[in-house]
Write a protein that binds this ligand. Sequence first.
Ligand code: GTP
Ligand code: MG
Length: 284
Amino acid sequence: MVLDTIQWYPGHMVKARRLVQDNLKLVDMVVELLDARIPLSSRNPNIDDVLGNKPRIIVLNKADLADDSQTEKWKKYFQENNGSICIPLDSQQGKGINSLIGTAQDRADEVNARLAAKGRKPRPVRLMMVGIPNVGKSSLINRLAGKGSARTGDRPGMTRGKQWIKVGKGLELLDTPGILWPKFDDPEIGFKLAVTGAIKDEIINIEQVTLKLLDYLILKYPENLRTRYKLEELEEDPAETLRKIGAKRGCLVMGGNIDTLKTAVIVLNEFRAGKIGLFTLDEL
Ligand SMILES: Nc1nc2c(ncn2[C@@H]2O[C@H](COP(=O)(O)OP(=O)(O)OP(=O)(O)O)[C@@H](O)[C@H]2O)c(=O)[nH]1
Ligand SMILES: [Mg+2]
């Protein structure tokens, strides 16, 4: 098993979802963050129920770590199947941020045009971010809260205690994102979440996850693996491959045996950092 049974999960999930639904009432639209490497597996299974008909922008975050051609396909997929605008993004470097702000701004203009048609005054359009753990919600908020933006307190008469960040003209972002849990019970999804870092390393079996990762890479991207770890020939057996990588990297324990856990940690971290290659695990 890649994952130990997660007992704390249902309670967390209900509480988190309730919080999202409470905050949802305060905003005009939602930015749904997905991991570009696993656009489907990083999606909350009940997202459409949770968000209802709230206007939505889908962001494929960590696009810098994904396969570009797959990201393009996923972008089209979400636009066609979800009717949502979809924007690939790298929140670490800020690539794509302007496109997100521009799109949100356009949506804000639509909201205000509707208000104006009803004879009401324009007002700041508010949005919030939602996504699974570790997808990059805080990074994106920090990016948006950077240059040229200001944190604003709550306006009088509105719900107390919320902090909003001005982004673009007439646009405000709730500074606390909503956490929505992914689906855990499908082992394939569990693997993809674990290998991309969405599930805490403390509750996964790192060696098992890495062996499964090696199995996948041996099958689909053997050249990447050979090049990265300078392997003359590639074994079909992931356990043997792990040992060879360990030997190359000098991961030894007393007596000269390979420290397979240490090796697994290295492989997993290098995979997550995109050093083995840029891959999309949910393929279209
Ligand atoms: N390469 C890359 N890394 C990213 C990107 N966005 C976030 N990260 C990294 O992903 C990790 C998680 O980012 P956070 O912003 O903390 O994610 P979060 O969604 O706020 O996570 P929780 O608060 O735990 O739910 C951090 O190490 C970030 O540096 C991105 O677009 N590209
Ligand atoms: Mg965070």
